[in-house]
Design a protein around this ligand. Sequence first.
Ligand code: COA
Length: 225
Amino acid sequence: MLFVQAGDGYPYYARPRFPGGRPTVADVVQMRARQRELGVPEALEWVHETTPDLHDAAVAAGMEVLMAPLMVLDPDQLPEPHPHVRVLGTSPAEVSVVAQLAFSTPGTAPGSVGVAERDAALRDATPTSTRHRHAVADLPGEGVLAVGTAQRAGDVVEIAGIGTLPAARRRGLGGAVTAELARDALSRGAELVFLSAGSLDVARVYERVGFRRVGTACIASPVVG
Ligand SMILES: CC(C)(COP(=O)(O)OP(=O)(O)OC[C@H]1O[C@@H](n2cnc3c(N)ncnc32)[C@H](O)[C@@H]1OP(=O)(O)O)[C@@H](O)C(=O)NCCC(=O)NCCS
């Protein structure tokens, strides 16, 4: 299935029908051509356990595939709320700035980039409008150090974009932001809260706040270069 961007929403990745047949390399090549024609990103996602043949077909069609732990919240395992994490229905400039700086230093290791770089970037930034929920860890005297986003479709909420400034890592903030978004989703009636972790190291952060692995999310994008 291929989605065409509507209104101001984010462009959406294509995905196989479920249950479907056995996707082939030709199917993926055709999908990419149609996405280029529509001007949407050449992106494809699926659950490995339900469509295992698609991995090799996507790779043979020139895509690289990230296999990310797919995790679902066990609400009973949520930790106590963090005193300095709050959830917002607006998107202050800190959300995109902190996320951008966090994702510029991938992995879970701490680094040097911190509040000085955030504040410099904030001088040129503007708040964006949002249809999503955002969480910020806003520490007294330090400001926003970690952020995350939750997007909802019906009863299902996906948490994404969890990021902590490299200099503020390993203080429990990434986990706390994730937990608060999950708690907020449940309080607003979500039946299922899920996320995909970028790596096994990142998955541990989510496990600590009540998520458990249920499968593998495959995220395919064109090989660069
Ligand atoms: C992944 C990420 C959000 C984690 O943020 P974080 O704030 O460091 O997360 P936490 O502090 O909750 O947990 C990280 C580690 O610190 C440890 N920790 C938590 N609280 C701690 C504390 N008070 N003191 C010391 N260590 C602590 C955790 O146990 C965990 O250890 P582990 O790596 O051995 O499992 C961050 O590394 C990041 O922004 N990475 C780049 C973007 C990214 O990949 N995002 C996820 C996309 S799916």
